[in-house]
Design a protein around this ligand. Structure first.
Ligand code: ATP
Ligand code: MG
Length: 722
């Protein structure tokens, strides 16, 4: 039955404990183990073992990963081990898999066939509109908070009807908004991210035969990063597994970092209770990091309480110490990182081996600027991504309307873009009508044009022009291939013209981005669930679900930038943890909250354990973020790393900053525009950062750390502040 040669390919690259887990008899299993101990490797090899040694059909396996990137890597690895394409396998994120189910069973799920996905920004805009429509005060009913209320209830599996207001008027109003939001989504045929999960759960819960079908099909359910599952994901898994399936969960309680988004680390223990026959496996050898990095991470995390406890060790070398850099300010920090990147590359390293990790997205900008001016290619994961840019969303709104007229969000977005004389008042009339009739804006507009409602003749004709345009575009593109469709809609919509005329507001860049959208469509190959959809719907779903990953130029050798949350599960030879200041990391919000602080510490643990060979911690004594200056204290997490593992790096040239100066550092300047830590330019030496100064006024001398020339003392008159 089995080919021993193939099995050795699966089993040889494993240690004893890993092999035991991979070849364990069928039954519920939990692998609880620390960072870099091979959990993901075990899960991947288990899939192949099930197929090769247990004759499991690839169709009978469902594997859940945390990001689309991880899913792609896992699929690739499985195919490589199997030696055949693993097309039948369902590997994806919870959201991706839920989406796939709902596409297949839209009818049972009570959704329109062409339902669209509402991203977080669209969701917030819709909620804002509902708040306004109720004449509620936005200062009291903050859209972001209402959004949080709705999403966290969905994450817990609660619909408005099942929520009790406990005679609390605030809660009463929130529940009411949640209910209205649901109605609006249903009318527009859209679902948000949390809805994908809840709906996928309900469609099984409420359809016995459908559930029975999937239970028969997916006997093997494997879940990575189990510590970050939320209530609805757990319930969904349990429902699918039933009493006959084989759940295989792997996780690490020390890496639970999504509590704020509803993740429940308790699910690890809940799993043991719900599957009392489950076997527990532990892996203790770390294969990723040097001894020093592992010891630093272990030292840090030992400050947390209530851990499930693990003993993680490595047989690898101790390696370099952890390097700590105290920057004057955020620009100096970015310069330091740039230097180190150049050194790495000069010594034969690749840029893609380097990760810049930070707590908050906004920190990326200064690095981006430094990298751009230093010509260091980089890629930002997360943050404002291509598919989230305004012009791209405009274009997508047209495409979505072409595909589904009832998409109210898209209707609102482009009905008067480019301007065609449809004013706020006419739109109000349409909205009112839609509300009264319980219809979509599109249907309401049609009714208003045909004389119902109180639309003036001019507005009616403008609106009718818009609707004819959409109908015409839909007709014209029906026979075109995807990228021609996108191109045609962009041209026909007038968006390209509109942005071409826009001379000030980055019009040119926007047109370039729109062109890029056509290229994106041309290069688009649907994968997984998307391959079962018509191309345009597949592309639109892709745009919402996968923005940020697989961003342009994935092939180029570039430095990887991302938030700590995004870095989970990944590994890099060289890692920079930047912005290690109390208030930034740990985050301000968590400073007075023990649970919050422990979650931040786990996040720091995740960050440190991404590093294989070199780990840098950097902080700035002065930082401008969101336009505000702050003077940060070194992060407490730095102090929690054993001293003997850390080597402090002074700015490039060994200067000990005079105490008096460092105290005055931020208030005093050597000359106008010349503060310590400020940037200056020299005609010959280029750009640099001021490290020190003496004297003042015209006799002042400053010490500048030049990017390429190192540190020099000079008169201020030769320098130009930047
Ligand atoms: P994380 O907690 O960060 O998700 P993990 O436990 O999933 O980590 P993996 O990513 O599976 O760990 O493995 C970490 C690294 O160690 C990878 O580069 C992997 O290829 C390597 N590795 C795992 N097991 C072995 C082994 N037995 N021999 C050699 N290398 C291994
Ligand atoms: Mg992993």
């Amino acid at each position: 039955m089995t080919d021993p040669h193939d099995l050795s390919a699966i089993l040889n690259p494993l240690n004893e404990a890993q092999r035991e887990a991979v070849t364990a008899p069928l039954g519920p299993m939990l692998v609880l183990a620390g960072a870099g101990s091979g959990k993901t490797r075990v899960l991947t090899h288990r899939i192949v073992w099930l197929i090769q040694a247990q004759d499991a059909s690839p169709h009978g396996i469902l594997a859940v990963t945390f990001t689309n990137k991880a899913a792609g890597e896992m699929r690739g690895r499985v195919e490589q081990l199997l030696g055949i394409p693993g097309g039948g396998l369902w590997i994806g994120t919870f959201h991706g898999i839920a989406h796939r189910l709902l596409r297949l069973h839209w009818r049972e799920a009570g959704l329109p066939q062409g339902f669209q996905i509402l991203d977080s920004e669209d969701q917030q805009r819709l909620i804002k509109k509902l708040i306004k429509a109720q004449n509620l005060d936005e200062n009291r009913w903050v859209p972001r908070e209402v959004q949080w209320f709705i999403n966290s209830n969905k994450d817990e599996g609660h619909r408005p009807a099942s929520l009790k207001d406990n005679n609390d008027p605030t809660r009463h109003q929130l529940i009411k908004l949640y209910a209205e939001y649901e109605t609006a989504c249903a009318r527009a045929g859209v679902v948000d991210f949390a809805e994908l999960l809840l709906r996928a759960f309900e469609v099984w819960r409420d359809n016995a035969s459908l559930l029975a079908h999937y239970r028969r099909r997916f006997r093997h359910v494997l879940i990575d990063e189990f510590q970050d599952t939320n209530a609805i994901q757990y319930a969904w898994m349990k429902l699918l597994v039933g009493s006959e399936g084989y759940p295989f969960a792997v996780g690490d309680d020390d890496q639970s970092i999504y509590r704020w988004r509803g993740a429940r680390v308790e699910n690890l223990q809940q799993f043991r209770r719900d599957f009392p026959t489950s076997k527990l496996y532990r892996l203790e050898q770390n294969y990723r990091s040097t001894g020093a990095i592992l010891a630093a991470a272990n030292g840090l995390i030992s400050n947390n309480t209530g851990r499930l406890g693990k003993n993680l060790w490595t047989s690898g070398e101790r390696g370099d110490p952890i390097r700590l850099y105290a920057a004057f300010n955020e620009r100096d920090e970015a310069e330091f990182v740039s230097h180190r990147i150049r050194d790495w590359v000069a010594h034969g390293g690749q840029r893609r081996e380097i990760a810049i990790l930070y707590r908050s997205n906004a920190q990326s900008r200064v690095f981006e600027e430094a990298f751009m001016s230093g010509r260091i290619p980089y890629k930002v994961y997360g943050g404002l991504r291509f598919f989230e840019r305004a012009e791209i969303k405009d274009a997508l709104a047209y495409l979505r309307l072409v595909s589904n007229r009832n998409d109210d969000q898209s209707f609102e977005r482009v009905v008067n873009l480019p301007t065609r004389g449809i004013g706020a008042k006419s739109l109000d009339t349409v909205r009112e009508y839609a509300k009264g009739a319980g219809s979509s804006l599109w249907d309401a507009a049609a009714a208003c044009i045909s004389g119902q409602g109180s639309l003036g003749p001019k507005a009616a004709s403008a609106l009718s022009g818009f609707m004819q345009l959409i109908e015409r575009l839909a007709h014209e593109v029906s026979q075109l291939v995807l990228h021609e469709k996108v191109d045609h809609v962009l041209q026909g919509s007038g968006l390209i013209e509109h942005y071409k005329k826009d001379k000030q507001d980055r019009g040119e860049a926007r047109v370039e981005n729109l062109d890029e959208l056509v290229s994106a469509a041309r290069g688009f190959t649907p994968e997984g669930v998307e391959s079962e959809l018509p191309p345009l719907e597949a592309f639109l779903a892709h745009a919402v679900l996968e923005s940020g990953e697989g961003q342009a130029d994935a092939w180029e050798d570039c430095v990887q930038m991302m938030t700590l949350h995004t870095a989970k599960g990944l590994e890099f030879p060289m890692v920079f943890l930047c912005g290690m200041e109390d208030g930034l990391f740990p985050h301000q919000r968590s400073l007075n909250d023990i649970d919050g602080l422990e979650e931040e510490r786990r996040l720091c643990y995740v960050g440190m354990t991404r590093a294989m060979k070199q780990l840098f911690l950097t902080y700035a004594e002065q930082r401008r973020l969101h336009g505000v200056d702050s003077y940060g204290m070194q992060s407490r997490f730095i102090k929690e790393v054993p001293d003997d593992l850390i080597e402090e790096i002074r700015p490039r040239i060994q200067v000990t900053r005079p105490v008096a100066v460092s105290r005055l550092r931020s208030e005093e300047s050597a000359a106008p525009g010349m503060r310590l830590g400020g940037r200056v330019r020299h005609r010959k030496f280029g750009e640099g950062v001021i490290l020190n100064f003496e004297g003042n006024g015209s006799t002042a001398r400053v010490e500048v750390n030049f990017e390429h020339q190192g540190s020099k003392w000079m008169m201020v008159e030769y320098l130009e502040p930047m």
